[in-house]
Design a protein around this ligand. Structure first.
Ligand SMILES: [Zn+2]
Length: 311
């Protein structure tokens, strides 16, 4: 794993494109399979009573997988929902014999390589020392939840609880409702915030994290430390376009790697090639070729930008 990839793993949780990629991969693998057993490790990732969690899910099927920002919502056959947040180091790995579908940051010891979001996994090492839960399906395939740092969680929710969680999330950047007028309205409500803080606020726009916030600001040519109130109409429009294009590109990239990872064992992920500003501090700016990428703490997060071509 490259140094850059290691830095990313250490400091950042999966963001919308990574979680969406995981969602799509699992959608093809686990839907409508009967869950015959659930194994929970001593260091349980379950929020609430683990025994109740197991008894309520056992015998059911996952019928749908949705995403709310960075949260995965698995609908169970019975109006119950399994909420899964990967946080910093959570992984969801589906294994059917030698076929493995995985997502989440690599845990160095157990992965043979790969990029940030889409590591290459060795099926022979499952379960790992970091396996916190495993869902066993009737065809003997398994869905593992691994988490090294244990910030991630599994939570069983009813309809009302799930709706409450849903309401706490802001607009989905890929939804049709997210247009320029809506983006301007969101910014107008947060005039006193710094741009970076507004982009990171999950209650405003769901799914943008530290990496993509920096990439979006760079793409739009706007400094992330600017107060939202100072943005011109032109800059707002550029930021809006950047949100869509950066996330779409990342998703496309994630999807590509996701499909290929099984064959790409040992190959370095292309994720770092996609990044234009994040993790490039001290290096020459790829766009203006004059500025040196700087890193400062903005909105409480390490933020990379070019002081020359970002205004
Ligand atoms: Zn520059």
């Amino acid at each position: 794993m490259s140094l850059l990839a290691k830095l990313i793993v250490r400091k950042n949780m999966p963001e919308l494109p990574e979680v969406e990629t995981i969602r799509k991969g699992l959608e093809k693998s686990i839907l409508n399979k009967k869950i015959v057993q659930i194994e929970i490790a001593k260091k349980s990732p379950v929020k609430g009573n683990a025994e109740k969690f197991v008894s309520e899910i056992k015998g059911k099927k996952f019928v749908r997988i949705e995403r709310l920002g960075k949260l995965l919502v698995f609908s169970l056959s019975a109006k119950k929902y399994l909420l899964v947040h990967l946080k910093m180091t959570g992984q969801l790995i589906y294994a059917a014999g030698k076929k493995v579908v995985a997502g989440g940051p690599p845990h160095q010891k157990f992965w043979c390589g790969g990029g940030h979001n889409l590591p290459v996994i060795n099926p022979d090492t499952l379960p790992t020392a970091y396996t916190r839960a495993a869902f066993v399906f009737s065809d003997d395939s398994k869905l593992y939840f691994n988490d090294m740092r244990r910030f991630g969680y599994l939570r069983l929710a009813g309809e009302a609880e799930k709706n409450k969680v849903e309401r706490a999330y802001g607009i989905e950047p890929f939804s049709k409702k997210f247009n320029l007028a809506e983006f301007k309205r969101i910014l107008a409500g947060r005039e006193k915030s710094l741009l970076k803080a507004a982009l990171l606020d999950q209650a405003l726009i769901a799914g943008i994290g530290n990496i993509y916030a920096d990439e979006i600001c760079f793409s739009a040519g706007v400094l992330p430390g600017r107060p939202a109130a100072s943005l011109t109409e032109k800059e707002k429009a550029a930021l809006f376009r950047a949100i869509k294009s950066v996330l779409r590109q990342a998703l496309k990239y994630g999807g590509t790697t996701f499909r290929n990872y099984a064959n790409a064992r040992g190959q370095k992920g292309k994720f770092t090639e996609f990044l234009k500003v994040y993790g490039r501090q001290g290096m020459k700016c790829l766009r203006c070729k004059k500025g040196i990428i700087q890193k400062r703490k903005i909105a409480g997060r390490g933020t990379s930008f070019c002081g020359n071509c970002q205004k």
